[in-house]
Design a protein around this ligand. Structure first.
Ligand code: FAQ
Length: 311
């Protein structure tokens, strides 16, 4: 890289200026942003699947409506994020291709099954809560299009959080069977939730450069700590327990202590070998194939050709 341009770029970041698509940027900044925004987009679109299967089975019409709106929002977030990643030069088609061929990653947490309604409630409250902690921090970052997408996403996620919290309160204060169902969901989802914020700072690959260039405005451990600080008391308040006997807040340091997450399981899951990875990608692949004729039709229409849809 040209050292003068790099110095100017870093000075702009230090002044808190936003970098815009046409501005000069180091190749690595572009590459890292594409990787991160694309993975984020994929997580939203795949994240719609475990909850989406509950739309028809959500208890009551109001819950069905709210969940349908939430899932639709998540897919909209993927659109916003793909749009932000496209400004850096990677096409949407290529991103989708890399998702369905397993080349790109997406969040570990959506590779676990939603066996019960309570699993869906856990996602709506606590996975959204975790996502907000990360997104609120990074919305103050350096790349303009990503920050603007995150601002809008956070506004919508705040509704999801309220909806999810409401659903969990309902179960946690309901009949013994409902409470048991919610507790079992917490037990199943706690480990993936701890993984969700990424590997600990000691072993994270990209944190250093991303923090230096203000793409990541909080490290993985900082986000995990903030999540624990904000949500563990709320979970306990509902009479639910958390399946980690070492989890406690150290009153001296103010930090949460917990059992070191199993990073081997994390690696397996993010590299394609979790309980639902194959199913998730198969669903996306089918959606892609079924939608191909619509995209062909749109493309031929813009070229002024007649298109006959398959019967
Ligand atoms: N899952 O060096 P680091 C949502 C990978 S949105 C899978 O620490 P980095 C909304 C990482 O890519 C949820 N892979 O990486 C919703 C890297 O692999 P690579 C998603 C993970 O980038 C709610 C390697 O491990 N949010 O939930 C994960 O500095 C409800 C080394 O890791 C975002 O994507 C993981 N959890 O930090 C939707 C936010 N963690 O690429 C529906 C934007 C790490 O070298 C329902 N992303 N890896 O092969 C970020 O903030 C960051 O990318 C982190 C990871 C924090 C995820």
């Amino acid at each position: 890289e040209d050292p003068k341009k790099l110095a100017e770029f870093e000075a702009r970041i230090a002044r808190g200026e936003k970098i815009e698509p046409k501005d000069w940027m180091p190749k690595l900044y572009r590459k890292q942003l594409i990787r991160m925004i694309e993975q984020h987009g994929h997580s939203e679109i795949i994240g719609a699947l475990p909850e989406g299967t509950w739309i028809t089975r959500a208890p009551g019409f109001k819950r069905k409506l709210a969940l349908m709106a939430k899932v639709q929002d998540e897919v909209g977030h993927a659109q916003l994020l793909y749009g932000a990643a496209e400004t850096l030069g990677k096409s949407r088609e290529q991103m989708i291709q890399d998702l369905i061929t397993g080349k790109s990653k997406y969040s570990n947490i959506f590779n676990y099954p939603t066996f019960t309604w309570a699993d869906s409630c856990f996602i709506s409250w606590l996975v959204d809560a975790g996502a907000i902690v990360n997104q609120l921090a990074n919305a103050r970052g350096s790349y303009g299009p990503y920050c603007r997408a995150l601002d809008r996403i956070c506004a919508e996620e705040s509704f999801h959080l309220k909806y999810g919290h409401h659903c969990v309160i309902h179960l946690a204060t309901g009949t013994p069977k409902q409470r048991e169902m919610m507790q079992e969901a917490v037990n199943r989802w706690w480990a993936p939730m701890m993984h969700f914020f990424g590997p600990s700072d000691k072993i994270s690959t990209h944190t250093e450069i991303l923090t230096k260039w203000k793409v990541k405005m909080a490290t993985n451990d900082e986000c995990r700590q903030q999540f624990l600080d904000m949500y563990v008391p709320k979970i306990w308040e509902l009479g639910l327990t958390i399946p980690d006997e070492n989890l406690k807040r150290n009153e001296q340091t103010g930090e949460w202590e917990f059992t070191e997450p199993d990073w081997e399981e994390f690696k397996r899951v993010i590299n394609g070998d979790g309980p639902c990875n194959k199913e998730r990608l198969a669903v996306r692949r089918t959606a892609e194939e079924r939608g191909a004729w619509v995209r062909r039709a749109l493309a031929s229409k813009t070229k002024g050709e007649e298109y006959v849809a398959p019967m």
